[in-house]
Design a protein around this ligand. Structure first.
Ligand SMILES: Cc1cc2nc3c(=O)[nH]c(=O)nc-3n(C[C@H](O)[C@H](O)[C@H](O)COP(=O)(O)OP(=O)(O)OC[C@H]3O[C@@H](n4cnc5c(N)ncnc54)[C@H](O)[C@@H]3O)c2cc1C
Length: 501
């Protein structure tokens, strides 16, 4: 078996230090550094879409937050015709992959490849957010991946002994010694090769040379929600008219390839406060040194933190039957997290709609495999998405105004209390919101004509070609997407094993 990765090995030490995503994100040595096309939903802004370009992919750069989504997400996949993908079907794969620090139970696994640990940093402003949310009848929850997702509490992270557990460290490293596995890095796949409608290998650019690698059994694309549809399109599998426009010969007209793009839009309110936050700690030279020493000695403290500390899953309107928004709370604030923290005490209360209805696309804009595809996110296209965005900001405000958090909040710096009407809040969202880095759906699993892969993840109409990554999600899950993608890969591994050789 050959594993081909366009990026390099995960030698950059910042990949392994949890807080290192501040350093690795936007670094072209490990990030594809995509940008979206100008988006009318964001006032025509084009925003950065980091994606990992290194062994481990985006799991080597991500915010480490371990969330599986809601039971109903998977039952919905099943109801769309995807037999074998109900919550009861996928739970064993979540458990199998997991090495839960708290031990195994009905919902969790221990001893698996993916380290999952409790957060190793707590701050007063985070505790106050939790208490205020509870005061507003959002239940306390210390396990978002257990019986019920709803509630507020601290995140768990994909950490093992204080270091990041990416898919490369958790899954690949232990398998590297296998005699039947070859790992090629710096190997950029440029197209899939076919004989008739059977995939027989890939063209790959490695060390400046084009090579063909033939597959004895099958070709599996796991290039992510941007890379997998791009590779299919470059190989002549995709929407016929769009491919022909780009001068690509159409092998198989499959209209759904690259369509159905979904993401979570991150709407970040910032509150200045009267108690110190990480802004104060990190901007002080001596305290920064202390943070470094704390991490070296105990693998805890701010350097061990994920992208957010506190999570809340709740409802934007009381009548809803399940949470439709998620809060990510950070005891810090920054205009651009890769470029330093603000020089005043503040925290960030970021909200996102969990199941957006807007759909975008990924389309090649050239037959050149080295050219980035067009990524059109189409945020806030659906009226429901606009309504939930505004309602989410209002829920965040209610929490900030509730005791005890209200005693620490000085001002709402963003969007600012002065913005009160729905139109004003929506205009601010359009001007400021960004991604939570969860693109999915562009090689949708299903049975209809718009589906790209069938429920066994085989590309429809093509033999010996699978897609196994976040792109196959028919609808985005209600939460962060790393753990669900790993679950998809676990299930795919079983499906491959079940097939006759
Ligand atoms: C900055 C950031 C923060 C995030 N934070 C979180 C979080 O806290 N929690 C969470 O659950 N999720 C988070 N996510 C999302 C999560 O990491 C992804 O959903 C998940 O990793 C997707 O996995 P994937 O296999 O679909 O794609 P990827 O992980 O992106 O893997 C695709 C791989 O394919 C390689 N590749 C692409 N094209 C080619 C080619 N042509 N030839 C060879 N190789 C190629 C890429 O280099 C990459 O290694 C975050 C993502 C990012 C980018």
């Amino acid at each position: 078996m050959a594993l081909l990765e366009a990026g390099g090995r995960d030698w950059n030490p910042w990949i392994h230090v949890p807080v290192g995503y501040f350093k690795t994100m936007h670094d072209p040595r490990v990030d594809w550094c995509y940008r979206t096309a100008p988006d009318p939903g964001l006032e025509g802004r084009s925003i950065e879409w980091p994606r990992g370009k290194v062994l481990g992919g985006s799991s080597a750069l991500n915010g480490l937050l371990y969330i599986r989504g809601q039971r109903e997400d998977y039952d919905h996949w099943q109801s769309l015709g995807n037999g074998g993908w109900s919550y009861q079907d996928v739970l064993p794969y979540f458990k199998r992959s997991e090495d839960q620090e708290r031990g195994a139970d009905q919902y969790h696994g221990a001893g698996g490849p993916l380290g999952v640990s409790d957060i190793r940093i707590r701050r007063k402003i985070c505790d106050q957010f939790i208490q205020s949310a509870i005061a507003l009848d959002i239940p306390a929850n210390d396990d978002f991946n257990g019986l019920d997702q709803e509630g507020v509490g601290y995140f768990q992270l994909t950490l093992r002994r204080g270091l990041r557990c990416s898919t490369a460290t958790g899954f690949l490293k232990p398998a590297r010694k296998r005699a039947n596995l070859t790992v090629l890095t710096g190997a950029r796949v440029t197209r899939v090769e076919f004989e008739g409608r059977t995939a027989v290998g890939v063209r790959v650019l490695v060390g400046g040379e084009q090579r063909t690698i033939r597959a004895r059994a099958e070709v599996v694309l796991s290039a992510g929600a941007i890379g997998s549809p791009q590779l299919l399109q470059l190989s002549g599998v995709g929407p016929g008219a769009i491919l022909r426009d780009q001068g690509i010969d159409v092998l198989h007209d499959l209209p759904g390839v690259g369509e159905n793009l979904q993401d979570h839009l991150q709407i970040r309110s910032v509150y200045t406060c009267s108690i110190p936050t990480l802004n104060d700690e990190v901007n002080n030279f001596f305290r920064r040194m202390g943070i470094g020493i704390q991490f070296i000695l105990t693998r805890s403290g701010p350097m061990s933190m994920g992208a957010s500390q506190v999570c809340a899953f709740t409802r934007s309107e009381p009548g809803l039957n399940r949470p439709d928004i998620q809060f990510h709370i950070q005891p810090l604030s920054s205009d651009n997290p890769g470029h330093g923290l603000d020089h005043f005490s503040a925290f960030t209360s970021s909200v996102c709609q969990l199941r957006p209805e807007s759909r975008g696309h990924v389309r090649v804009q050239s037959p050149d495999p080295m050219a980035s595809p067009t990524i059109f996110a189409n945020y806030l296209d659906s009226p429901v998405d606009r309504q939930v965005a505004v309602a989410g900001v209002r829920v965040g405000r209610r929490i900030a105004r509730a005791a005890p958090l209200s005693q620490s909040v000085i001002d709402e710096r963003e969007p600012g209390w002065a913005l009160e009407s729905d139109d004003e809040i929506l205009a601010w969202v359009r001007a400021r919101a960004t991604t939570i880095y969860h693109p999915v759906g562009t090689c949708k699993m299903g049975l209809g004509t718009d589906a790209v892969v069938d429920p066994r993840l085989r590309v429809r109409g093509i033999d010996r070609l699978m897609v196994v990554d976040a792109s196959i999600m028919p609808t985005i899950v209600s939460g962060n997407t790393n753990a669900p993608t790993i679950m998809i890969a676990e299930k795919a591994a079983d499906m491959m094993r079940e097939r006759p050789a």
